[in-house]
Design a protein around this ligand. Structure first.
Ligand code: SF4
Ligand code: MG
Length: 324
């Protein structure tokens, strides 16, 4: 498969200061720390982890909405972190983001037509009748009535608002979309509809997705491959089947054991891995593996530098754990 996005040693570190006039730096928050992965053309890479683990920041850093403090991001052959001005603006046309909260991400004072047309206006791609025809087409594509163009976001349900946000994201014919927990704020009854829509759009327009979620059940049906993130690092990455059937990292195993199994017999048989311990502060993480405070298998070595390497243990299956 052709590589569309390549992330190399991506880093987003925030210096943290203690307040006051004589403020001094207290440390560095490693929101994203040495992250490596590729995303293939036309696939969905799921990115899963608890809130605060750095997954949204990773998505934003790929799109250069958040400036990385280290590493490289490639879109096809172009390296993005060094681009600025018009070059970056033109690259951004091909990359869009869909946000978690369709109530907050749509401007309440703009009509649906103006919201969806906004990217076309920013890039000066269509005017007047042509622009509104394109907006009607986009609304139709996402399953909304094209006559909605004169209405306002508050007139719509959460699921409809997310469809409006998707229509806007599609306006510029992007190749890549970061979907940041796009169904997390929606009613359960609506979630499957939005997932189905996103899959249909992916096939129709040959889209590539980075699909961010906080648990593994959400990305189960949409991901081709899945990356699991913990405290700023990817701890495991594998194709869908390998990750769900033979997860190797203790954190992935724990996340999976929290996902309910529909079959009550299987549910009764299996062992749950209960995570104990505290999430260490990403500000001053302990030396060694950053999962050590919660890992049921931690040994002395896990508390010492160097941290476990993110290694390819089988073709396409990467794990960062000393025991694997
Ligand atoms: Fe657990 Fe050690 Fe593996 Fe980290 S390296 S996940 S602490 S066994
Ligand atoms: Mg987030």
């Amino acid at each position: 498969a052709r590589t569309l996005i390549k992330v190399e040693n991506l880093q987003v570190h925030f210096p943290l200061y203690q307040g006051g006039i004589f403020s001094r730096q207290m440390g560095v928050l490693k929101a994203v720390d040495n992250v490596n992965f590729t995303i293939y053309q036309g696939e969905t890479l799921g990115l899963v982890g608890e809130s605060g683990c750095g997954k949204s920041t990773t998505g934003r850093a790929i799109l250069q909405l958040q400036a990385p403090t280290g590493g490289q991001v490639y879109f096809e052959e172009r390296e993005l972190t060094q681009l600025s001005g018009e070059n970056l603006r033109q690259m951004r046309r091909q990359m869009q983001m869909i946000f978690q909260d369709p109530y907050a991400s749509l401007n309440p004072r703009m009509t649906v037509g103006d919201i969806v047309a906004e990217p076309l206006a920013i890039y000066d791609l269509a005017q007047g009748q042509g622009k509104m025809a394109r907006v009607r087409e986009l609304l139709d594509i996402v399953g909304l009535n094209p006559s909605f163009i004169h209405r306002y976001p508050h007139e719509f349900s959460g699921g409809q608002r997310q469809r409006i946000a998707i229509a806007r994201a599609l306006a510029l014919n992007p190749a890549f979309i970061v979907c940041d927990e796009p169904i997390a704020a929606l009613d359960v009854s609506i979630q499957a509809q939005i997932i189905n829509l996103m899959q249909a759009l992916q096939r129709e327009f040959n889209l590539t997705y980075l699909f961010i979620a906080h648990d593994l059940s959400v990305v189960r049906h949409i991901s081709d491959r899945v990356a699991v993130m913990y405290l700023g690092k990817i701890v495991e990455l594998a194709d869908h089947r390998t990750l769900y059937e033979t997860p190797q990292h203790p954190y992935t195993q724990a996340l999976l054991s929290a996902v309910p199994i529909p079959d009550p017999d299987l549910e009764a048989q299996r062992q749950r891995i209960i995570l104990t311990g505290d999430v260490p502060s990403p500000l001053n993480p302990p030396p060694g593996c950053n999962f050590q405070t919660r890992c049921p298998y931690a040994t002395e070595r896990c508390g010492q530098a160097p941290e476990p390497e993110f290694r390819e243990i089988a073709p396409g299956h990467f794990v960062a754990c000393h025991l694997v």
